[in-house]
Design a protein around this ligand. Structure first.
Ligand code: AMP
Ligand code: GLY
Length: 422
């Protein structure tokens, strides 16, 4: 089998490493991939948003199965176009990817199907939005409708901040057309849990839960990032919470999407907040999370490729999806300056004995050397019997990776450990 993975970050590297465990796969291409995963896949210089080039490549190279990992190509309809050429895919079609592509869609969807989420209003007119803010409690949350590189959510702690956010999104169009409509929603409080799930549109199988660390600096300080580290499982996701989520969120979401004529296949990511009134959906993503995937897939004991194909074929119900009882941790090493302007082109050295535990997100090969080429450069992962030993091992491995001015959080997993250890 010849498999193609669209995308080029740490998440894709984790997917590729897991896929390689299947002996039927003889070749894996990454589009575009990055220099740090060149030992695991053949990287092809085609951008993840260049749908027509992706489809041409797949046809010309007799690809048997395509995994479309990032949100952009999914929302742009990569799966529809590949399927039209007879290439089976892992991932939702455009019609279903809207669950992440439009926050207005997802909020209205949750309201219609009674899925617990923050109270909200939708606005397409700036003045109406500004007037509404006068009546709302602060803090409040303002979200641009469309994809905004993970930056379209503003938590406003004063009325002035809230008004400025509305003006920036709707008047200055800082997120372009993504800000033509906005959602203003209730500020929720509580621990956050990421639950990725496999689904074929009929059956939904949650993966092991995880916890992201979104802020750049220790103690949850600093700017929001794409994620500075993850642990799995997430201790806030107890069996009771899992049961409530299955009944009130996961199943109604899958059934609701089907009822809308938007059957969702692939990985549906539930971003949850465990509030004092129960679990609520903060966001849906139509894809694997990054860096959640880097802790979830190492704990998957069943064969990833078999599961992926079962989501495409509608046979997930009869497919084994088993997770280890161990724990996993991932520490992201970033370039100095990230998430703002950051340095690149630093020589990256990964000791041979930890290569299997490193998922590279931003690197390139130049003159035979590996150089950093992104904000988040890589994630260092470890699996162990307990979370505390997984964290210890992950941080030991961090010391076996080097590039100039690397920075990483020193407190990944601390909150989870505090819960576990009381
Ligand atoms: P999102 O891009 O939707 O994942 O939002 C980014 C982050 O903003 C989430 O992970 C939460 O930490 C926070 N957030 C989003 N919506 C809310 C809300 N209604 N109340 C509190 N925090 C929120
Ligand atoms: N780590 C958050 C996300 O993938 O959206």
């Amino acid at each position: 089998m010849r498999v193609m993975v669209v995308g080029g970050g740490g998440r894709e590297h984790a997917i590729i490493k897991k896929l390689k465990e299947n002996k039927d796969i003889e070749k894996i291409y990454a589009l575009p991939g990055n220099g740090g995963m060149a030992d695991d896949a053949e990287c092809v210089n085609i951008g993840a948003k260049d749908i027509s080039a992706i489809v041409d490549f797949a046809v010309e190279n007799s690809i048997d199965y395509a995994v479309v990992a990032p949100d952009d190509p999914l929302v742009l309809g990569a799966v529809d176009e590949l399927e039209a050429k007879g290439i089976p895919c892992f991932g939702p079609n455009k019609n279903a990817a809207i669950i992440e592509g439009s926050k207005v869609f997802s909020k209205n969807f949750m309201k219609k199907y009674n899925i617990p989420t923050a109270q909200y209003e939708v606005f397409s007119n700036k003045d109406d939005a500004l007037k509404y803010l006068e009546t709302e409690p602060i803090p409040t949350v303002i979200k641009a409708d469309g994809l905004a590189l993970g930056k379209g959510v503003i938590i406003a702690f004063t009325l002035e901040e809230a008004k400025n956010a509305v003006k920036e999104i709707m008047e200055d169009k800082v997120f372009g057309a993504s800000g033509n409509n906005i959602v203003i929603e209730e500020f929720l409080e509580g621990p956050e849990v990421s639950v990725l799930s496999f689904t074929d549109g009929e059956t939904v199988v949650p993966m092991i839960s995880s916890m992201d660390h979104k802020r750049a600096l220790d103690g949850d300080k600093g700017l929001n990032t794409g994620g500075m580290g993850t642990v799995a499982p997430n201790p806030y996701y107890t069996e009771d919470v899992a049961k409530i989520c299955m009944e009130t969120i996961f199943i109604p979401t899958i059934n609701g999407m089907k009822a809308e004529g938007r059957t969702f296949k692939g990985c549906l990511y539930f971003g949850l907040m465990i509030t004092k009134n129960g679990p609520k959906v903060i966001e849906y993503n139509c894809r694997f999370g990054d860096p959640e995937t880097q802790v979830v897939l190492p704990l998957l004991e069943s064969d990833l490729f078999t599961i992926m194909k079962s989501t495409t074929n509608g046979t997930l119900k009869d497919t084994e999806v088993k997770f280890s009882k161990k724990s996993a941790a991932c520490v992201v090493m970033a370039s100095q300056g990230y998430p703002q302007k950051y340095e690149t082109g630093k020589e990256l050295v990964i000791s041979e004995d930890v290569k299997n535990n490193v998922y590279v997100a931003g690197a390139k090969i130049a003159d035979g050397k590996l150089l950093t080429a992104g904000g988040r450069v890589l994630g260092v992962t470890a699996v162990a019997e307990t979370l505390s030993s997984a964290l210890k091992l992950a941080y030991e491995r961090v010391n076996k990776v080097s590039f100039a001015n690397a920075f990483y959080r020193k407190d990944i997993g601390k909150k989870a450990l505090d819960i576990l250890e009381g």
